[in-house]
Design a protein around this ligand. Structure first.
Ligand code: MLT
Length: 237
């Protein structure tokens, strides 16, 4: 089994992910929101690249939850933005989400045609996702969504932590150079917030009032679930 990493949603290619097990990572905040919402009882999440697709497809549902962000902020007319704290059990249980975000849902769409399986990963469910990969034993690609096609350290640190835990469990796993580099960083990181201090998207979200999201998104193993994308929607695997 080999683990590879792609650094941004825009760098996903058919060649790199064809028939591979893929984990989409967007710690700040799309995959943290998806994991939180499903853990809190959401039925399913339909992810889309664009706002128009959310509006159009949500018409098929009599009580949809329209969710997502642009520039980190709630989209006009939508029910929820992209803060995981907006998805408590009492508000979302039993609902179906239609979601678009700037990077995370785009990463999913870019992988949808080629990957064999697509899992959703975050610090929140990091051990559950790692276990799934190690148990599958097939080549895996961790797709860091990045921010507007730029490398984003929060996603890379999460990928590094998955690789570190996977190799600890199975020493026969092979890593590409990129995977080794991220594992090295995770090996030397003691605290997520300290490691990520100064990172662009982390600081941007704080500047627009989402400091509270960080504590939630940087909690390891809060949820023992693995969301999986199949047939256009994300559900707990
Ligand atoms: C994204 O998918 O681009 C992010 O989740 C943006 C955000 O932090 O709201």
């Amino acid at each position: 089994m080999v683990i590879d990493v792609i650094d941004t949603a825009g760098n996903v290619t058919e060649e790199k992910i064809k028939n591979k097990i893929v984990v989409i990572i967007d710690v700040l905040r799309a995959t943290s929101v998806m994991t939180t919402a499903l853990a809190n009882g959401v039925n399913a999440i339909y992810p889309y690249k664009d706002i128009e697709s959310v509006i159009e497809n949500s018409k098929k549902n009599s009580n949809p939850l329209l969710c997502g962000e642009r520039k980190g902020l709630k989209i006009e007319g939508f029910h929820c933005g992209n803060s995981p704290l907006e998805y408590p059990h009492e508000k979302v249980a039993g609902k179906t989400m239609y979601m678009t975000t700037s990077n995370g849902t785009r990463a999913i769409e870019n992988c949808a045609r080629y990957a064999r399986k697509i899992y959703i990963g975050a610090f929140l469910n990091i051990q559950a996702v790692t276990d799934k990969l190690v148990e599958n034993r097939d080549d895996a690609v961790l797709v860091c969504s990045g921010t507007n096609d730029n490398f984003s350290f929060d996603d890379a640190l999460c990928a590094g932590e998955i690789i570190k835990r996977a190799v600890e469990r199975d020493a026969h796993i092979k890593c590409t150079d990129m995977a080794l580099a991220l594992k090295f960083i995770a090996d030397h990181s003691t605290d997520i917030s300290t490691t990520l201090k100064g990172c662009k998207h982390f600081e941007y979200l704080k500047s627009i009032g989402f400091e509270g999201d960080m504590e939630h998104c940087f909690t390891m193993d809060k949820y023992n679930i693995v969301p999986e994308y199949t047939d256009g929607k994300i559900k707990i695997a």
